[in-house]
Each structure stands twice: as structure tokens, then as C-alpha cells.
Design a protein around this ligand. Structure first.
Ligand SMILES: [Cu+2]
Length: 580
């Protein structure tokens, strides 16, 4: 592989390629992925996962109960050391060649250093254990000199069918790796079993990523209204100017086809006229919010959402039509939306766009922009994948619906930011997520002390405030939650999420904006220590992350073993205290 094609990308304006599907067979999917990076001549950097003969970021498709065996080889190079022409493994890796294998003494599970050439994987949305070789991200760090590192776990039998994803979670370096393109889809098969409307539909996976601007110095397109002078936000990106136009903080790509500022030449999606498809959209952006719409002749079309964040929206047992007729779909960084699209009729060209998102005065500029034209053509190729035509309906859940469970306690947390120099809005910012009563502290990966301890089996309500002037996206590993209230006002959302926007503070209201979430710690797979954080990765990398420990459920049955009984009574009294 030459220096120029470690992570090749489609050209601007090309057909949106479908990621390659890797499907489990006889209950097992074995995958060998290599993570690579490369500096481009324009100074930007690309990251990618490659499979086999250079297939990039494949879809991993498994059924509930299937075993995933994923071997991750780290071929990252230190881009600070390497020029644009340099390729191949880092010097440390070459020491591993031949008989000299003395460099691999440390165990990738043991919490070694995390730096720009470290690799690991987070399986976003899956309720699998936070242990090494499964979904542990705080200590797991694979170095370029390490042999392929094995991830091995089963998709839980009760994992809802839908769109999940894999990406690196190296503290301090998540943004640079994800922004460079290190991400891919993981699909738990069988969504048509949750919603009979999906039977037999062709399906399409669309991964929207952000990347550094290809044309950072260009003025906005002449077709756009004039916007206020460009400002810079606290992260050094183009700041929200409140108009919906102007320079974005980042460019977007759709399945790696770039759609760059300032003219946003759209990629191309071909469909048969009027064809109905399931679109499974992942916002794999590092910092960019999406607000998707499909336009025919400029008119927004009705989209039917069937799943959010991997979970069918009718999982509560409420009607599967709960999110019909959406004309736009907001997806925070990390979020997913799966929805039914009817293709344009013959002679009509549709447009997939993202509309502006108001990220607050401290946030980035996420303006209106096109992503892809939708061309109706009878000779359009069929999407590679089609859902089963006669699905067996999913069995009903064996646990009560989260929305009907009484929480054992309520916790309060808040997002905040602090400037290094309070008088200089462009000085370095530290980002915090803090439990009320504790001191705001940037996440320290070496601490190991949980900010929150809960007991498996419990359901809690968390009220999360935003005391900063920009939007944040709360995400927690290992579980899903339900949005109950937004700034104290009840919302009717009988479905689950794993990533949620927390509205920004505008400086005027008497209270800070907040969300109230019902957090589900009932699944035994959530036992362990893991993280919650803002999914804007520059916020996460700069401290906006907290640690939670879910302790094993203590049996209600009295036993002769003293410590167990003591633990039980302590847990009970803690709950009683917290609920008073
Ligand atoms: Cu944030």
C-alpha cells in the first residue's frame, strides 16, 4: 500500500457508496480490522479501519446472540513525527519485527499510556460488559507494537435490533481520530421483526462524518445571505452566528464523500422512482449536530422514524407509528436515526439536507447545507441489503417498560465550562460534567474513583443541567435512557436513547436548562465501571466526562456471609437517604 492510499476517499460529488457488509455466519462474525492514519498533502489527517484488501469501515452485521471476534491491529503512525510521505508502522512497531519481541511486555488491558498512536474500540449503544476485550475504554490501549488485539463478546439476546457503531475512545485523542474518519456501523439484525412496515424493504446505511474544512479561507457562497463577521468559538472553530448560514465549524461527508464548504456540491443517491427504503443514518461527527430533511421541489417530505439510537421506537409497546410524519430529524454527534424514505417520483430530484442547528452563542456554526441529491432513475442499482419479507415478530420484553418503573432516587448533574483567562473568551477552556455538590474537575483517567455509584437492578432519574452557553450531547456507555422532561416540562417520548442534547443557557433565564432522564441500570451487563460524557469529542477530550460504577445486585435473601448482608443494608440505607 503506497503512502497516498492508506485511507482512500471518494471524490466530491460522487455516488454515495455503501459500506461493505460483513455478516455473521452460524452465529459468529470474525473480523480482522487494521486502524490506519495518514497525513494528507493539504495538512489534514485521515483515520480509517480497513478490512482485507483495503475495505474501509465495514458494516458489522450480527444477530442477537451472535459472537463477534474482532482483531484490531494498530498501524497508526505518529503524525507529529511523520511527514506527508511517510507511511507504514511507527518506529516502535518495527522493533517488534523479527525475533525482538521484548517491547510487548505491557498488557493492552493494563492501563498503559494513551497517546496519538493508541487504539481501542467502543461499541456505542450496546449493553455489553465494560471489561477488557469487550467494551472497556479507560484502560484498554493498544500500541502500534502490539499484536492484533482481540475483542470477543456476544450480542445480548435482548439487544434491540438497530444501528449501533464502533469508534475509538482514547482519552484526549478521540476527536482527532473520529474527525479523521475512524468509525463504522454495527447493525443488530432483525429490525423488521419490531415493525412489520419494514418487511422486505431495501436498506441503506448512511454514515455522516465531519472533517476539517477543505477550503477554510473561502468566503461563503454568493448565493447565501451576508452573515455577521466570522467569530471563533471556545474550541477555535467557526462560532454559531445565529443565521443558519456562513462558514461551518467542520465540513461533512456522507459515506466518506466530502460535501465541502462553501458550495456544498452534493453527493448522489440513486433510487428507483417512488421506491420505499429504510435509511439507517449514523451521525459519526466529532462535533457537528445534524438536523436532516428530505426535500422534493424544496418541500420537506414526511419521514417515518422507526428507531432511534438503535432501539425501535415502539419498544415500549406503544404504537409503532409514534414518530410518523417527521419533516426533520435532529441527530446529535453519536446519535442514530432509522427512518422510512419514499424516493422521489420520476422526473423529480430530491435533496437530503441538514438544516441549521442553534448550538448557542458559545457553540459551533452548524449552518444549512446540502448533503446529497436523490436521483430517481429506473436503472438505479438495488441497495446491497434487503430486510426479511416474512419476519417473525420479536417477543415482548421480559422486563417492565422503563417509563412505568418508579425510580429509586434522583441525581443532579451539570455541564459547565471554565476559561483559563476569564477576561479572554478565546483562552483555553476546560469542560466539566459534575455531580451536584462535588467540585467541578476535568476528567482524570488515572483517578479510578467513581463520581457515581449505583446498584444493578435500580432505575434512577437524572436531572442534567447545562450551565454553559453552548449545546452539549449527553451520552452514557452500556445503557439506554428515556427523556422525561426538558427544562421541567414533561415530554411525551415513549422511546429510548443513548445520546441526548442538553439545551444551552442563554444567560437570561432564572434557571438553567435541563433534561430529566430515566436511567436504566437493570441489565446485569451494565455491572462495572464505565463513563458518561459529552459526545462533542473536543469537550470529552478536554474533561467533560465522569465515571460511574454499577455494583452487582445484592441478593435480598439473607445469607450467612456477613459482608453480603452488610452490603445489602448499606445499599438500602443509602437508597433511603437519597430518596428522603
Ligand atoms: Cu459538549
Amino acid at each position: 500500500m503506497s503512502a497516498l492510499d492508506a485511507c482512500p476517499r471518494p471524490t466530491i460529488g460522487s455516488m454515495v457508496p455503501e459500506p461493505e457488509d460483513l455478516r455473521s455466519r452460524d452465529g459468529v462474525l470474525t473480523v480482522n480490522l487494521t486502524v490506519r492514519n495518514q497525513k494528507q498533502k493539504d495538512g489534514s489527517t485521515r483515520y480509517c479501519y480497513t478490512y482485507g484488501d483495503g475495505i474501509e469501515s465495514p458494516n458489522l452485521r450480527l444477530k442477537p446472540g451472535d459472537l463477534l471476534i474482532l482483531k484490531l491491529k494498530n498501524d497508526l503512525i505518529d503524525l507529529e513525527q511523520a511527514g506527508p510521505e511517510r507511511a507504514g508502522p511507527a518506529p516502535s512497531a518495527t522493533r517488534h519485527n523479527g525475533k525482538n519481541n521484548t517491547v510487548s511486555k505491557s498488557d493492552p488491558c493494563s492501563g498503559g499510556e494513551m497517546n496519538a498512536t493508541s487504539a481501542n474500540l467502543h461499541f456505542h449503544g450496546l449493553t455489553i460488559p465494560s471489561v477488557c476485550h469487550q467494551d472497556e475504554v479507560l484502560k484498554t490501549s493498544v500500541r502500534p507494537s502490539d499484536p492484533p488485539f482481540e475483542y470477543r463478546f456476544r450480542i445480548p439476546e435482548n439487544e434491540p435490533p438497530g444501528l449501533y457503531w464502533y469508534h475509538p475512545h482514547i482519552h484526549g485523542f478521540s476527536k482527532v481520530q473520529v474527525l479523521g474518519g475512524a468509525s463504522g456501523a454495527l447493525i443488530v439484525e432483525g429490525i423488521e421483526r419490531a415493525n412489520s412496515d419494514l418487511a422486505g424493504l431495501p436498506e441503506r446505511v448512511l454514515i455522516i462524518r465531519d472533517q476539517d474544512l477543505l477550503n477554510p479561507n473561502s468566503p461563503p457562497s454568493k448565493s447565501e445571505p451576508v452573515v455577521p463577521k466570522m467569530l471563533i468559538d471556545r474550541d477555535g472553530d467557526a462560532a454559531n452566528n445565529g443565521t443558519g448560514f456562513g462558514k461551518p465549524a467542520k465540513d461533512l461527508s456522507i459515506n466518506y464523500v466530502p460535501v465541502p464548504y462553501p458550495n456544498y456540491p452534493p453527493a448522489v443517491i440513486k433510487m428507483k422512482p417512488g421506491e420505499r427504503q429504510l435509511w439507517r443514518v449514523l451521525n459519526a461527527s466529532a462535533i457537528t449536530y445534524l438536523n436532516l430533511a428530505v426535500l422534493f421541489n424544496r418541500a420537506p417530505q414526511k419521514l417515518k422514524i422507526v428507531a432511534l439510537d438503535g432501539v425501535p421506537v415502539n419498544a415500549s409497546g406503544v404504537s409503532k407509528d409514534v414518530l410518523d410524519n417527521q419533516t426533520h430529524i435532529g441527530i446529535p454527534p453519536g446519535g442514530r436515526a432509522e427512518f422510512i424514505v419514499d424516493g422521489p417520483p420520476g422526473g423529480v430530484t430530491g435533496l437530503l439536507v441538514t438544516r441549521t442547528v442553534d448550538t448557542g452563542s458559545g457553540g459551533e456554526n452548524d449552518p444549512n447545507r446540502a448533503l446529497a441529491t436523490i436521483v430517481a432513475a429506473t436503472d438505479s442499482p438495488d441497495p446491497r441489503s434487503r430486510l426479511a419479507t416474512s419476519p417473525v415478530p420479536l417477543p415482548a420484553s421480559t422486563v417492565p417498560w422503563l417509563g412505568s418503573v418508579t425510580p429509586v432516587r434522583t441525581r443532579r448533574l451539570y455541564f459547565s465550562e471554565k476559561l483559563l483567562d476569564p477576561d479572554d473568551p478565546n483562552s483555553a477552556t476546560t469542560f466539566f460534567i459534575t455531580v451536584n455538590g462535588q467540585t467541578p474537575t476535568a476528567f482524570d483517567p488515572s483517578s479510578g474513583i467513581p463520581d457515581i455509584v449505583v446498584q444493578q437492578g435500580d432505575v434512577e432519574d437524572w436531572i442534567i443541567e447545562n450551565r454553559s452557553t453552548e449545546l452539549h450531547a449527553f451520552h452514557i456507555h452500556q445503557l439506554h435512557f428515556m427523556l422525561l422532561e426538558s427544562s421541567g416540562v414533561a415530554v411525551n417520548e415513549p422511546f429510548l436513547r443513548d445520546t441526548i442534547n442538553v439545551p444551552y443557557y442563554n444567560g437570561h433565564t432564572l434557571t438553567y436548562p435541563s433534561v430529566r432522564l430515566r436511567m436504566d441500570f437493570r441489565d446485569p451487563n451494565s455491572v462495572g465501571t464505565f463513563v458518561y460524557h459529552c459526545h462533542l469529542l473536543e469537550h470529552q477530550d478536554n474533561g467533560m466526562m465522569g465515571l460511574i460504577r454499577v455494583e452487582p445486585h445484592v441478593s435480598q435473601t439473607p445469607t450467612a456471609a456477613g459482608p453480603s448482608t452488610t452490603g445489602q443494608s448499606q445499599a438500602h440505607s443509602a437508597r433511603q437517604l437519597a430518596s428522603q
